[in-house]
Design a protein. Structure first.
Length: 206
């Protein structure tokens, strides 16, 4: 199963941001409540490090919560990390992890590997639209449908502009200053989509 992912990075993350994110995604058909049972679950991710481990089969213990409890947990007011599922259909879901990536920066990661191609593309477009609405406080994002670049330290790339790039994702968006600091990105052409510089040949599909 592919370990494809969409990961975005946000400043000043709060429960209100989590509420807005989930509300926008729900409007696009990605909801935390199972479409049949209505059950919402937090998922223990087992302290996974790196997006390569974020796949539909890495999830451990589950606990049922209310929507308000999910929003509180996803705001990371008391936690460093929280996992849950968004449902695209009765048997179709994607795993989501919200975590503290650096002091003041939260990463929101979506595993795409459990979705068939049409639903995966719908999810990518929905997440991209949601990120766009939060662009003032979103410092960057990474889209990799195949998961080929999962071993890259994307925290260090997007937040600090330091880690080297090996395999390339479909699209990478960072702020101007981050791109200027990065040894590889600073020498590459990018598309300007305010407030980011976006790199990647598959940009038109994001």
């Amino acid at each position: 199963m592919s370990a494809g992912f969409f990961s975005s990075y946000h400043l000043g993350w709060t429960s209100l941001d989590a509420r807005t994110l989930l509300g926008d995604l729900a409007a696009d058909g990605l909801r935390p409540a199972h479409p049949v049972t209505g059950r919402i679950e937090l998922v223990r991710l087992g302290g996974l490090v790196g997006l390569g481990g974020l796949d539909p089969y890495s999830a451990g213990a589950r606990s049922a919560v209310t929507r308000e409890q999910l929003l509180s947990a996803a705001g990371l007011q008391r936690l460093q990390e929280v996992g849950f599922r968004l449902w695209a259909g009765r048997d179709l879901s994607l795993l989501v992890r919200v975590r503290q990536a650096r002091t003041g920066v939260v990463a929101v990661e979506f595993s795409l590997g459990d979705l068939p191609a049409p639903e995966r593309e719908h999810a990518v477009r929905a997440i991209r639209r949601t990120v766009g609405r939060a662009s003032v406080l979103c410092i960057g994002f990474v889209v990799d449908r195949s998961g080929a670049s999962a071993a890259t330290d994307w925290d260090a790339v997007v937040i600090e502009g330091t880690a080297p790039l090996g395999a390339w994702p479909d699209a990478l968006a960072v702020r101007d200053g981050t791109a200027a600091r990065h040894p590889q990105l600073s020498a590459m052409e990018a598309v300007e989509i305010s407030p980011w510089k976006v790199f990647g040949g598959a940009l038109s599909g994001v």
